[in-house]
Design a protein around this ligand. Structure first.
Ligand code: NDP
Length: 327
């Protein structure tokens, strides 16, 4: 038996409990992993609280990220004892995920844990840091360079936002952070933000075209914020859209696209091919200052996860939460 969080939905309602699970209950897969760390992402918060339709089959072990040691494998790429890393692939949604002491997975979803990171560091970065890196790469592919002007990061205090600021600042960009928590300005400046704006200035319905302010943006908020960000991007600039913390709708106009030639780059981390994952993790090894990790993340035990999830949904958690699944 091992410990894990199980989400159930039946006549008794929707609930998440920390419980004992037997190895026979694990889903099919060709690699069994002894999990050391997982994380709490926005999506895990939705799954744990039932606030959003994230979980597709029940019962479900949540946790879209995990790192651990291979215990059994019939995949030639992974040997017993290998340290492996998983982000996404629908794990924690349609296949049992990382918030348990064991997981059974498909080898094609895994990558070897990059040597640059300890297991806990890889989870401090997790899907949030890997997604922020994918977004930065997308901006670069569209020609962004530090001398082109300010880059906006929305949802600044969140996991994706925190890493986007830290990576862009390290690469030499002047970063403007948009947040609803101005009280966290000192934190955002420590990450490397040069300027901080109140997210209320972007969250209401706006005009199709506004003053050109930013060379590019990374948006984890969506809705009116994304529409206003597009309206304020400079000629031929790029917005990397990766989130929906404000809402899933995009109430925007084509005006910035056809009059200013801006690009909206969609960022998906879940089904990303392995080559892109390896590239993003290799870039994280060189372009992220690891001394930022204790500032951005904090560690909790598996037994604290269910109580913390509502705080994440309420936007009260700063940065990242790493979960030591063995305590
Ligand atoms: P977090 O919960 O850590 O951060 C979200 C941040 O968004 C909050 O900290 C807050 O920042 C801001 N925010 C919250 N509610 C609102 C609101 N109503 N209006 C405006 N801003 C708001 O989440 P993550 O950083 O982990 O993820 C961010 C988003 O990106 C989520 O929607 C998530 O689902 C998505 N995501 C997508 C991925 C992909 O593959 N495309 C991968 C990872 C995440 P502040 O307090 O500074 O305002």
């Amino acid at each position: 038996m091992f410990k894990g969080i199980l989400i159930e939905k039946d006549d008794a309602g929707y609930r998440a409990t920390l419980t004992d699970i037997s190895e026979e209950q694990l889903p099919p897969g060709n690699v069994t992993v002894r999990v050391s760390y997982s994380t709490l992402n926005y999506k895990d918060g939705l799954a744990l609280t039932g606030n959003g339709p994230v979980v597709r089959t029940f019962p479900m072990v949540p946790g879209v990220d995990l790192v651990g040691t291979v215990e059994q494998s019939s995949d030639a790429e992974f040997q017993i004892g290998d340290q492996v890393l998983l982000n996404g692939w629908g794990v924690g949604e349609g296949h049992w995920g990382g918030l348990a002491e064991k997981a059974r997975l498909e080898g094609k979803w895994l990558i070897q844990l990059p040597k640059a990171f300890t297991p806990a560091q890889a989870m401090a970065i997790g899907t949030a840091g890997y997604t922020a890196m994918l977004a930065v790469i997308a901006l670069e592919k569209n020609g962004l360079r530090p001398d082109m002007g300010d880059v906006l990061v929305t949802g600044a205090n969140g996991g994706v936002g925190s890493f986007a600021i830290a990576i862009l600042a390290r690469l030499g960009y002047r970063v403007v952070a948009s947040t609803g928590r101005m009280a966290e300005s000192a934190y955002l400046k420590q990450l490397g933000a040069a300027d901080i704006i109140d997210r209320a200035t972007l969250s209401e319905p706006g005009r199709p075209l506004a003053k050109e302010r930013w060379a590019a943006a990374i948006d984890s908020v969506g809705s009116h914020t994304l529409a206003n960000v597009c309206a304020s991007i400079r000629y031929r600039g790029t917005v990397a859209a990766c989130g929906l913390a404000q809402g899933m709708e995009f109430p925007g106009s084509v005006a910035p696209f056809i009059l200013r030639g801006i690009t909206l780059a969609g960022i998906d981390s879940v089904s990303r091919p392995r080559a892109d994952r390896l590239q993003a993790w290799a870039r994280l090894a060189t372009d992220l200052d690891l001394s930022m990790l204790p500032l951005i993340s904090r560690e909790i035990g598996l037994s604290e996860v269910i109580a913390i999830a509502p705080q994440l949904m309420a936007g009260k958690i700063r940065g990242r939460v790493v979960v030591d699944v063995n305590r």
